[in-house]
Design a binder for this molecule. Structure first.
Ligand code: HEM
Length: 428
């Protein structure tokens, strides 16, 4: 593997970009303490709350939507699932109005609906299957990166902060390397990508970030059009694609550019937080961690249960395109539907003792990766990263435990991004 130094070296940008508190501050949001008791209290009254959940919790309207727009919030597994499954009625076209999404990333599968969404998604799907994640992604990038990171972690005699020495590094380097950029390009690329989006940045700062991202990606796409490699850019270039007229075709540069921005943003962001949450769940439930150490067949339930228990992005939004009734509550056309995945995932009608992390509970589908046509495209890659990282920690560090000196680890964040404040561990 080339240039592993960028993967492991000390660089202040890791702490800057992979800190939940910073992410919330840069997005112009406020930290929200454990929101689950409020979800439960509202859900006990009605499956759909007639209002905006963020406003209920913080007292402020959400800045990314036009002030004064009506909101309804789905709170049960059933109402959340229905809102996610029926993308015609509860539409992802809302992303076209969400600050920074389409204007900076481009029109991607996230903001497409219907046939267009299906055609574009089908082009990328084959490289994101469970088989590809546990084969191609795992062997080429995830395992080699985890080996290097573990070597560094084990060399720290007084323990390590896994939030920065592992979680911040593995997902970003995996997706950037799989995409086809070098490890050295990864940090600067992410800095520019985030710099193209922050609502608190000036338009000039955003334009500069956007132009740099475009340059790096276009340069890479042009190079791969000349000479293919075994990476995501080359696969996107080669991917069979059906155009709007139903003709067999290929993605053009603009489509590949937008796809790339989405994959690199989603791949480098969410998983670092979810890996931290999953490790925190295991480290604070030591008996279950030992069960997993003894029986790795429990890995998938352990990971899925962590996503159910505390999904890193508990809130997504849709636009009601017609009058409808959901959970017995009327939702007028034009309403913004706040789909509260976090509340749906703790619905006591579906899970006993839903606030507890329990990898041994009967496995049922959760909605931490959403549901329906927009179900997370990267879920198997995320699961492969978490699997390899957790296996390595369990294999190599028999005395792994939370470091109880100093500030305790806890989950912080807001409704669009939650993760651990730190993950200091000892293994001596
Ligand atoms: C554990 C980590 C992750 C979580 C919890 C997560 C969660 C989600 C959720 C909830 C959605 C649905 C968004 C919506 O419906 O509006 C989504 C979509 C998506 N995710 Fe993930 N994600 C994770 C990791 C990843 C990774 C690693 C990648 C790429 C390598 C990725 C790529 C995508 C893409 C491309 C979409 C859009 C799918 C579509 O609209 O059809 N995600 N993700």
């Amino acid at each position: 593997m080339a240039k592993t130094d960028a993967l492991t070296r000390e660089d202040p940008r890791y702490k800057e970009m992979f800190s939940v508190a910073n992410e919330i501050a840069h997005g112009g949001g406020k930290l929200i303490d454990d929101p689950y008791p409020a979800f439960a209290a509202l859900r006990a009254v009605s499956p759909v709350y007639k209002g905006c959940i963020s406003e209920f919790l913080t007292g402020h309207a959400e800045r990314q939507f036009t002030a004064g727009r009506p909101h309804h919030t789905t709170l049960t597994f059933d109402t959340c699932s229905k809102a996610l499954m029926d993308n015609d009625l509860y539409s992802s076209l809302l992303y076209h109005e969400t600050h920074g999404v389409v204007d900076n990333i481009g029109n991607t599968i996230l903001s497409m609906i219907g046939n267009e969404h299906a055609r574009y998604r089908a082009a990328a799907q084959p490289m994101m299957t469970r088989q590809q994640a546990m084969g191609w992604w795992r062997e080429k990038w995830i395992e080699p990166f985890v080996a290097v990171l573990m070597h560094e972690i084990e060399a720290q005699p007084d323990g390590a902060d896994l939030a920065f020495s592992l979680c911040a590094r593995l997902p970003m380097h995996t997706v950037t390397a799989a995409y086809g950029l070098t490890s050295d390009e990864a940090l600067e690329f992410r800095e520019n990508l985030l710099g193209s989006m922050g609502p608190l940045l000036t338009p000039e700062q955003r334009a500069t970030g956007k132009a740099k991202v475009r340059d790096v990606l276009l340069h890479a796409i042009t190079a791969r059009r000349r000479e293919r490699r075994d990476d995501l850019i080359s696969r996107l270039i080669e991917a069979p694609f059906t155009d709007a007229q139903g003709q067999a075709s290929h993605l053009d540069d603009e489509a590949i550019l937008s796809f790339s921005r989405l994959l690199l943003l989603a791949g480098g962001g969410t998983t670092y937080r979810q890996l931290g949450i999953t490790l925190f769940a295991l480290l604070s439930n030591r008996n279950q961690m030992e069960d997993l150490r003894a029986d790795r067949e429990l890995m998938q339930p352990a990971i899925e249960e962590a996503v159910r228990w505390n999904c890193t992005d508990p809130l997504f939004h849709r636009l009601a395109t017609r009058d409808s009734v959901l959970g017995g509550v009327e939702i007028p056309e034009g309403t913004i539907v706040d789909v509260c995945l976090g509340a749906g995932n703790r619905d006591p009608e579906r899970w006993d003792n839903p606030d507890a992390y329990d990898m041994h509970r009967a496995q049922k589908r959760h909605i931490g990766f959403a549901a329906g046509p927009h179900t997370c495209l990267g879920r198997f890659v995320a699961a492969a990263e978490m699997t390899v990282a957790i296996n390595a920690l369990l294999d190599r560090l028999p005395k792994l435990r939370l470091d109880d000196r100093g500030e305790p680890t806890k989950i912080i964040g807001a409704l669009h991004a939650r993760g651990v404040n730190h993950l200091r561990v000892r293994f001596d």
